[in-house]
Write a protein that binds this ligand. Structure first.
Ligand code: 2IT
Length: 444
């Protein structure tokens, strides 16, 4: 396999799908060397097969707003790869969603899910619907309209959706409720359900918790600890919330969160009350963090900027793809950041990654760092299949073990001859090899 040849072919076909091409290039560049030691992969044409989704559903979603007007959005589900288990991955409602976004996310999800060691294939879905400023009733009608189109293609052993940006417990409830009416079954299709009706304990916190456990492993390997570190997070949704809870619990000081309007710098650090306020901000559906600075004395709102200009020990982008670019990475490096952990999917641009890795910084990619979310989704599927539920401690214990295993897998495949751990290579090779091997054994 020659990366450039594969990329040329993909560019000719999908030249406008820049995020998808970016995600594919990162994985192929990481695995090229190891892949080429396996002629049996090349013989089975694994590369050409693994970069293409199995199938894509694209559909019109028609719904009615509160004024009785008819609205139209585009809905998608990309079933990327099911070599390891049923298709599994979140649903994103955000105006930036295109097919390219969901192809990149489905591709990443395939390898992330492989890293969890649980039996899950990769998928992603969503719509360009913007929940911002919508009433609860509008969100419900939209969710129902989306599922009216999608329900035939999902199922507990087929494809299990979950949340992502713009989709949390409330939206999962609306989608699952509508799915059950249409499918007339109650097998738990969807993860992130309410804990009173089949949802797993810790699922809402899991992405953030898992990310902090992963950062703790990185720091400990390098003779440091989470306690006492200053942390900048971006975003203020579910993921940043979970990360803030766990980082604070472990004795770190979270000094920044952010939104599309700018960032909050809180020198004293977040505490339980401030973290609870993040939830209020999110639930208000206004998509702004500025009110935090009005509410808490000592906090400043910096309009239109990202928190990467701050001097912190740990930077954790938790918002959206390509939110940390080359100049952000240079600023963090100049400020002597100790660790950058991507919590959002593909949160760093290729230029940012090459700055961080080029400077031998401690940097870990989203598909390893944020795998805790889908891991607890996998545990939710297990609990639903058993018709049983585990305690908080049991789920948290399994989550910790999975994050520790993923860290070990990154070390196994990512340690370089000079001792530097390339978590990018480690995660990509570990995930890729597992999926490729399964595809080979299952025939074409
Ligand atoms: O990006 C992700 O891993 C998610 N949005 C969660 C997917 C899931 O199925 O829990």
């Amino acid at each position: 396999m020659k990366v450039e040849q594969v990329m040329d072919r993909l560019c000719a076909k999908y030249g406008h799908e820049t995020e998808y091409l970016q995600a594919v290039r990162e994985v192929l560049e990481s695995v090229e060397e190891v892949y080429n030691l396996h002629p049996e992969f090349e013989e089975a044409n694994i590369i050409e097969r693994i970069v293409e989704p199995d199938r894509i559903f694209t559909f019109k979603v028609v719904w009615h707003d509160d004024k009785g007007r008819t609205q139209v959005n585009t809905g998608y589900r990309v079933q990327f790869n099911n070599a390891l288990g049923p298709y599994k991955g979140g649903v994103r409602f955000h105006p930036s969603v295109t097919l390219s976004t969901l192809k990149f996310l489905g591709f990443e999800q395939t390898f992330k899910n492989a890293l969890t060691t649980l039996p899950m294939g990769g998928a992603k879905g969503g719509s360009d619907f913007s929940p911002k400023g919508k009433s609860k009733a509008e969100v419900m009608r939209f969710c129902q309209a989306y599922i009216t189109e999608l329900w035939r293609h999902i199922g507990a052993e087929t494809d299990v959706p979950a949340g992502d940006i713009g989709v949390a417990g409330r939206e999962i409830g609306f989608m699952y409720g509508w799915y059950k009416k249409l499918a007339r079954e109650n097998t738990g299709v969807f993860t992130g359900k309410g804990t009173g009706w089949g949802g797993s304990l810790i699922r809402p916190e899991a992405t953030g918790f898992g990310a902090v456990y992963f950062v703790q492993h990185i720091l400990q390997l390098h003779g440091m600890d989470m306690a006492g570190q200053t942390v900048a997070l971006s975003g203020f949704g579910n993921v940043a919330w979970g990360a803030a809870l766990k980082a604070t619990e472990l004795g770190a000081k979270v000094v920044a969160i952010s939104g599309p309007d700018g960032y909050i710098y809180d020198e004293q650090g977040l505490n339980a009350e401030k973290i609870a306020f993040m939830t209020e901000l999110r639930d208000s559906c206004n998509d702004v963090v500025a009110p935090y600075a009005e509410r808490f004395a000592g906090a400043t709102f910096v309009a239109g900027k990202k928190p990467w200009e701050l001097k912190v020990d740990v930077a954790m982008p938790c918002a959206i793809q390509n939110e940390l670019d080359g100049s952000d990475a240079r600023a963090l490096i100049a400020n002597k950041v100790r660790c950058v952990a991507e919590v959002s999917n593909m949160g760093c641009t290729p230029e940012a990654i090459s700055e961080l890795v080029g400077h031998k910084m401690l940097f870990a990619p989203g598909k390893a760092v944020n795998a805790g979310g889908v891991s607890v989704s996998g545990l939710e599927m297990s609990q639903n299949a058993m018709k049983y539920s585990w305690t908080r401690e049991e789920v948290d214990g399994k989550l910790r073990q999975i994050m520790s295993n993923i860290h070990e897998a990154c070390l196994k495949f990512g340690r370089q001859p000079d001792g530097y751990v390339s978590y990018v290579k480690g995660a990509n090779i570990a995930g890729f090899m597992k999926v490729a091997q399964a595809m080979l054994e299952q025939g074409a």
